[in-house]
Each structure stands twice: as C-alpha cells, then as structure tokens.
Design a protein around this ligand. Structure first.
Ligand code: SF4
Length: 419
C-alpha cells in the first residue's frame, strides 16, 4: 500500500504560505459591492444599441455591441483558434477537441458565483462580452458562422464534442433549445456529440428531456462546490446568488433518469475549502449513481470575489486528481483509501506497483470532462490552461511527457522512478 506522510514544512508544491491544501477558513470570498444603477443589467449596452458586425473580440476599452443568443454565442479562445476565427498558438496543443459555447446577453449571467469571472457583480466595471472566464477571453460570434464552418466536414473536424454552457438568464432554456436544434439540424450528433452544461436553477424535468430530444448526448450540472455549506457560501446566499444545492442535485437526478448511466455528471472545483475526503466522497457518490465527475483546480480568477485567495496547492490537487481517477475509472472505492486527521489522502488503497503504473500512464493528470473519440477516460473537453498558467499546469490539456510526470511525482511526494 502507498502510505504518504504529509510534510509540515513547505515543499515546491505548496502555496506561498507553505500550506499543502486550502482550508475552509482561508477560502472566504469577498462580499459583493453595490452596482451603480446605470451599469445594472447591461443597461448602457442596450441603450447605445451598437449593432454587432461579425466576430467581436473582447475589448474592455470600448462599449460592447448589443449581442444576444441565440443569434450570437461566445466561444473559448481555444475553440476560436481551432476554428480559425482567431490567430494564436497554445502551449503544447495544436487545437482543442471541444467546441465550448456560452450563451450571451448584455445582462449577462444573473448569478453571482464567487469564483466566476462571469458573475453579476462584475457588471459594475466590465461589459458581459468582455469578461474573462476560466482565465481566458471568450470572443462572440454569430452561431450560423460557427455551424457553417463545422458543417462543411463534421467527420474530419478537430472537435470531438460541442458543449453549450447555459448561464443563469431568463432566456437560457429557450435559447439553448434553439442553438442545439440549429446545430443538430446541420451536424450529425454521432459525428460530433453534444453536451449540455446546464443551469439547474431555472430548469424543469421537461427542459432536461427537451435537450435529450433535440440530440444532446451528455447532461452535466456544475455543482462546483463540493459540499452544501461551501455551495451556499460561494454560489448561494453567501454572495447574493440564487443557486441552491438541492435544486442542482434534483436536476442531476432527472438527468440520470433521462440520459442514463455514464451520460450525466457534475463539475467540481477542488480547493475552495473542502477536505480531500469530502470531495472524494462526492466523486464516489456520483460513480455509485452511474455518473462521472469533471474536476477543476481552483484558480483565483481575476475580477472574481475570490481573486485574492490562493490557487489550490499542487499537492492537494494532484492527490485529488489521482484518487478521483482511481474511483472514476479503475474501480477503487473511497472506502479503500485512507485519510489523515485533516482529511488528506494518505493511502490510495492499491499497491505501490499498481499506483506507479497509473501515474506513469499520465491520463489521471489530464483535464477531465466529457469523453472524446480517443478513449473513455480521455476528455474531449481539454480546456487548455483554464485552471492554471502553462508555467505550472494543473490539468494537462495534452498527454503528460516524461518531464511532466517527473514534476507530478514530486508534487505527489511519490519518489521519481522514471528513467
Ligand atoms: S451560474 Fe455559472 S456562469 Fe453564472 S456566475 Fe455562476 S458559475 Fe458563473
């Protein structure tokens, strides 16, 4: 068995304060400030009503044009580069395998999640279309332009999957149905399957069913916080945001019923104040229900209510990444693992030799998410540098190489045995 004794002194993987995990007490979000009336609900964007002209690249120095879904969507910088809409290169990757789309409105998302760059409080200083989200800009593009490019030859597309992120807005269900229907009318979902990153707060069972009927393949719920208490602090009452853990859980169970095993899942951000034991218990619960967990390493998004807090120390992140992979794909149960008095993994529940093989395969440390066309445990959704800078990668958007694995082993505090 692989027992780990945690250090009390700083190691290269610890944060600046020498911590090897982010404790609950430290991870307190800032309180949101009042928004001036003239900046509320995208008022000035709507009042000026500047017509959009093709692609809009985020630019905080000019007023954003009046763009809204379903005609317009935003897409990740990685997807825009892959589609040829934007120039640029990504460290270690030729392209992304997932076309991530976001619904867009001048009012933006009406929720106020503390870790999120799209949160409502940001309307005080930044138009919605100019906000950074998971560390990158999201250009706005007419949906028909995107479909026209991909529909030319879906079978040879670099994209293994498309995903619609719904955000919290009164129009998000109807516009998701429209965007999804337009896509599946022109692009065979067997060639490029579609995932829905849902907004449970405003959804009903019928809405979930409708996404399935329109051709969606996987339905996910962004729980993001690993416990109800953390959820409330970062996405609910704690930050004047409308979300409730129970509603998220209910919609996920509807998705389980409608989409079936392996076709639903939950996003979880690691390092917002939960213990490793808590997050891995949740991973086990999801697996026992027949679903998957998609993990993100907490990163202090600039402009968010948590931008003053430390990113998840790499020790904590690697332990959770590895243990989650064992539970999700290798049949290891959380009950077989051992945890110390601070809830940190101290034993992964398998032999050292087995653990060494799994670490050396490297897949456990790649970005997790909905599968692509390579194999079930390799995510199409590779989100290049969405949770870390390339200089200190958290989720690898490519297959980790020998030098990466060496670094990962150091972060895990497991002796380097690579040649
Ligand atoms: S609902 Fe989603 S997009 Fe909106 S603030 Fe929360 S995490 Fe961000």
């Amino acid at each position: 068995m692989s027992c780990i004794e945690h250090k009390t002194t700083a190691s290269p993987a610890n944060d600046a304060a020498g911590r090897d995990h982010n404790p609950f007490d430290v991870m307190e979000p800032r309180a949101p400030q009042r928004t001036p009336v003239d900046r509320k609900n995208g008022k000035h964007v709507k009042a000026n009503d500047i017509p959009p002209q093709g692609v809009y690249l985020p630019n905080n120095n000019i007023l954003a044009p009046h763009m809204k879904s379903p005609e317009y969507v935003q897409l990740s910088t990685a997807a825009a580069i892959t589609l040829g809409i934007m120039g640029g290169r990504m460290y270690g990757c030729e392209c992304t395998r997932c076309l991530n789309l976001l619904l867009t409105y001048p009012e933006g998302c009406r929720a106020n999640c503390a870790y999120c760059g799209l949160a409502r409080h940001r309307e005080a200083d930044r138009d919605y279309a100019d906000r950074n989200f998971i560390r990158v800009d999201w250009p706005a593009v007419p949906m028909t332009d995107i479909i026209n490019i991909v529909a030319k030859d879906p079978d040879s597309s670099p994209f293994h999957r498309m995903c619609i992120s719904m955000i919290t807005h009164p129009r998000s269900e109807d516009d998701t149905f429209t965007v999804l229907g337009q896509w599946t009318d022109r692009i065979d979902p067997d060639a490029i399957p579609v995932s829905i990153l849902s907004n449970p707060t405003t959804m009903t069972r019928d809405d979930v069913q409708r996404t399935k009927d329109l051709g969606a393949d996987i339905f996910t719920v962004a729980l993001d916080a690993a416990t109800p208490e953390l959820f409330d602090r970062t996405r609910g009452k704690g930050v004047q945001s409308p979300h409730k853990w129970s509603k998220y859980w209910d919609i996920m169970l509807e998705a389980r019923d409608i989409f079936g095993p392996q076709k639903f899942g939950a996003h979880i951000i690691v390092g917002m104040g939960e213990t490793e034991y808590e997050v891995l218990n949740l991973v086990q619960e999801l697996v026992d229900l027949g679903g998957h967990s998609h993990m993100f390493c907490f990163f202090p998004e600039q402009g968010s209510l948590m931008d003053h807090l430390p990113a998840t120390p790499r020790d904590q992140w690697r332990r959770v990444q590895l243990a989650r992979y064992l539970i999700d794909y290798r049949g290891v149960r959380v009950g077989q693992m051992r945890f110390d008095d601070q809830g940190r993994v101290s034993d992964y529940g398998i032999s050292d030799a087995e653990l060494a093989d799994i670490i050396d395969e490297g897949i456990a440390f790649r970005t997790s998410g909905c599968p692509g066309k390579f194999q079930d445990d390799i995510s199409a959704c590779d989100r290049p540098y969405g949770d870390s800078p390339p200089s200190d990668i958290a989720s690898y958007p490519f297959q980790p190489k020998k030098k990466d694995l060496k670094r990962i082993r150091k972060q895990l505090d497991i002796p380097v045995m690579l040649e």
